[in-house]
Design a binder for this molecule. Structure first.
Ligand SMILES: [Zn+2]
Length: 116
């Protein structure tokens, strides 16, 4: 006998046993689903190439007086701001970042493609 605090009656033990079977079935379904997704991701990984530098960059202006502008890659899913060139983005990095007025987007990480 186990040390688990199980009820002594047949009905509640049957309910617990049915719940365990249901959870096992659910876990098996999730495992199968994850296997399918993993196979699709593996196929995409084998066909993928490094993204490389984007065509442009964007500066998203702040909406709050105390907020900072945010620099994005041109292909970032956050679509605010006009497109600027790589040279302008480098200028902004040299000027506005050092003066504390510009932050890098944490989603697209534009600094990774602006390093020399
Ligand atoms: Zn971004």
């Amino acid at each position: 006998m186990s040390d688990l605090p199980l009820p002594p009656d047949l009905e509640r033990l049957q309910t617990i046993r049915a719940w365990i079977d249901q959870q096992r079935s659910r876990q098996a379904t999730i495992g199968t689903f994850l296997d399918v997704i993993a196979t699709a991701v593996d196929d995409a990984l084998s066909a993928a190439k490094p993204a490389g530098p984007p065509d442009g960059y964007r500066i998203q202006k702040t909406r709050l007086p105390e907020g900072k502008a945010v620099l994005h890659r041109g292909d970032c899913w956050i679509s605010d701001g006009a497109t600027i060139s790589r040279d302008d983005a480098l200028l902004a990095l040299a000027d506005d970042v050092t003066s504390g007025n510009l932050e890098m987007c944490q989603a697209c990480r534009p600094e990774d493609t602006l390093e020399p």
